[in-house]
Design a protein around this ligand. Structure first.
Ligand code: UD1
Ligand code: UDP
Length: 358
């Protein structure tokens, strides 16, 4: 069985690391990796391959920093050529980025079966490029591996039961990665010493277009961070997209701003933080994996179970809401009462399903 895996952006490297590790344990499965190049800075890309032992991509497309249409179109063109050359049984994609949609579309038109890992998630906000990418990718996928029960429900509500596809709740591959790399991170990461972190700090990330492309929202989030930072250190590994906008608009942020970090450093930063504040999808779950409350700097989330059960609060970009959520969680004790994400066995379950097919 031959799988063509297409990855291109930071969260996909982390997800692919978990699944590739499992694939490597099955001799009968061959994986060929394409890196679209969507993310290209060393600490947005190469560092994950080095640290996490992701097999070297056979193809590097170097397609990045373009408009959505141009990026998706150019990726499709190149992936189509490679798919014809490699003739795989399956093409595998992760999540909801432009690389995901481009690869799924190119493969489906060549009648190659598409595997979508992290299927069924919905924010119900069609203004998000990610929502468009994931809905379209799901619709043309043949094997839909969902991370949660609510993702399965979303697909049912969209009529997927009537389609000739496999839908499975395999759990979340990000939990596989978090568990696999947690101990290694503890041994190897020096980040807390390197950046002279205080004992108590809040970890924050901001990169979603809905925040970075709306300067009012971004200023409001920054105002909240600046106020919180007076009380407790806020550490912000800054995505290049956000950095550009901070610089262009001379936005002054009173936090410890650092370059993006690799996964091992990130795990250490998460595990030792007091609270997480983020608009990232992945980080909301990683907060939960490591018993941290999360303030979500968005108007909605795909990880609804975390909000319903009190682990996560949606603040949007509203300064008062962010600060209130901070004061609320500061006084709360984190008690984990649920296991929503499969306990670190998602990649195993995916491979089990795939092997049944061949
Ligand atoms: C993409 C995904 C988003 C995901 C995020 C993960 C889409 C539509 N969005 O957003 O869903 O949450 O990745 O991080 O696919 N840049 C650099 N260096 C890099 C990477 C990006 O300078 O290594 C710059 C690009 O040149 C561009 C900007 O950051 O100007 C945005 O990059 P892009 O890949 O378009 O989207 P992300 O915001 O990273
Ligand atoms: N991450 C990282 N270094 C950073 C910021 C994030 O390793 O400086 C990791 C984070 O822990 C999570 C993944 O990148 O595993 C999430 O990616 P991102 O926030 O870029 O995308 P999203 O999940 O929102 O699509």
């Amino acid at each position: 069985m031959k799988i063509l895996t297409v990855i291109g952006a930071r969260p996909q490297f982390i997800k692919a690391a978990a699944v590739s590790k499992e694939i490597n344990q099955h001799r009968e499965v061959e994986e060929v990796i394409i890196h679209t190049g969507q993310h290209f800075d060393k600490n947005m890309s190469a560092i994950f391959f080095e640290e996490m032992g992701i097999p070297k991509p056979k193809y590097q497309l170097d397609i990045h920093s373009l408009s959505h249409g141009a990026m998706t179109g150019r990726m499709m063109e190149e992936i189509e050529k490679i798919a014809l050359l490699e003739s795989p049984d399956f093409l595998m994609v992760f999540g909801d980025t432009n690389s995901t949609l481009a690869a799924a579309l190119a493969a489906k038109k060549l009648k190659i079966k598409v595997i979508h890992v992290e299927a069924g998630l919905r924010s119900f906000n069609m203004d998000m490029p990610e929502e468009i990418n994931r809905i379209l990718t799901d619709r043309i996928s043949d094997l839909l591996f969902c991370p949660t029960e609510s993702a399965i429900e979303n697909l049912k509500n969209e009529g997927f039961d009537n389609f000739n596809v496999l839908i499975s709740n395999c759990g979340d591959v990000m939990e596989d990665a978090a568990l696999q790399f947690s101990e290694i991170a503890e041994k190897k990461s020096q980040i807390r010493k390197e950046i002279h972190l205080k004992d108590e700090y809040i970890l924050c990330t901001i990169h979603r277009a809905e925040n970075t492309d709306d300067i009012k929202k971004l200023r409001s989030i920054v105002a909240a961070i600046n106020e919180i930072n007076e009380e407790v250190q806020v550490i912000l590994p800054v995505h290049p997209r956000t950095k550009k906008i901070f610089d262009q608009n001379e936005i002054k942020i009173e936090a410890s701003v650092i370059e993006p970090v690799g996964y091992l450093d990130m795990l250490e930063l998460i595990k030792n933080s007091k609270i997480i504040m983020t608009d990232s999808g992945g980080l909301q779950k990683e907060a939960f994996f490591f018993d941290k409350f999360c303030i979500t700097l968005r108007e909605e989330t795909e990880w609804v179970e975390l909000v319903k059960n009190g682990y996560n609060k949606i603040s949007g970009s509203d300064k008062a809401k962010i600060i209130n959520a901070y004061h609320y969680f500061k006084a709360e004790k984190f008690i984990k009462r649920h296991n929503f994400y499969g306990g670190g066995n998602a990649s195993k379950r995916i491979l089990m399903e795939l092997k049944k097919l061949k």
